[in-house]
Design a protein around this ligand. Structure first.
Ligand SMILES: C[S@@+](CC[C@H](N)C(=O)[O-])C[C@H]1O[C@@H](n2cnc3c(N)ncnc32)[C@H](O)[C@@H]1O
Length: 182
């Protein structure tokens, strides 16, 4: 069963709404402030950035503000509900540097070598995003020496990313791993 078929079922929609409430809880904003986590990414201002799995936009709006008008953010999610919600929030916030796209991170269809950074925030580990397929696609999308930023840093993740041979170790800041595209 994939993400799209989950969102088509009543039970799937119930869980999506429940997850969305958790994602937007006051507790989360208070203890996992998105701005602080985003400051763990090496250099976002003025850059072309891709966010995978934007969800409710917890990171999208603060990221767009950090990137600023000289850069651009593409926020992608496989779920139509997320894309509609985040598009609405972006419009209400008057942000012009964000494009919200419905797409599959495993096969984005985006142009290669077009991003300086990719954010994998709050999306790994997930059965729908196997690293064996996700990492090659992120590698294809990043410019040479671009940054693959991952949060949170779950056990074994660093080893798996480095083992792929596609990325080199970079700095860890504010709990964010910054891997460099090889
Ligand atoms: C746990 S939520 C996290 C949302 C957001 N990053 C946050 O931290 O608040 C994971 C999101 O990844 C999306 N997702 C899952 N598989 C995906 C895929 N293959 N391509 C794009 N998005 C995907 C889900 O639809 C969901 O919105």
């Amino acid at each position: 069963m994939n993400a799209e078929s989950i969102s088509d079922s009543a039970i799937g929609r119930f869980f999506i709404r429940l997850l969305a409430r958790l994602m937007e809880s006051r507790f989360r904003y208070r203890f996992f402030g998105p701005e602080k986590i985003l400051h763990g990414v090496e250099e976002l201002r003025g850059k072309a950035v891709l966010e995978i799995g934007c969800g409710t936009g917890f990171f999208t709006l603060p990221a767009a503000r950090l990137i600023g008008d000289q850069g651009r953010l593409v926020a992608m999610d496989i779920l139509k509900e997320s894309v509609e919600l985040v598009s609405r929030k972006v419009k209400e916030a008057g942000l012009r540097n964000v494009e919200v796209l419905k797409g599959d991170a495993l096969d984005t269809g985006l142009e290669g070598a077009s991003f300086a950074a990719v954010l994998l925030f709050g999306v790994i580990p997930a059965p729908m995003l196997p690293l064996s397929r996700l990492l090659p696609e992120m590698h294809r999308l990043l410019k040479p020496e671009g940054t693959l930023a991952v949060w949170p840093t779950v056990q074994g993740l660093r080893r798996s990313v480095l083992k792929s041979g596609l990325f080199a170790a970079g700095q860890k800041r504010n709990g964010v791993y910054n891997f460099k595209r090889c």
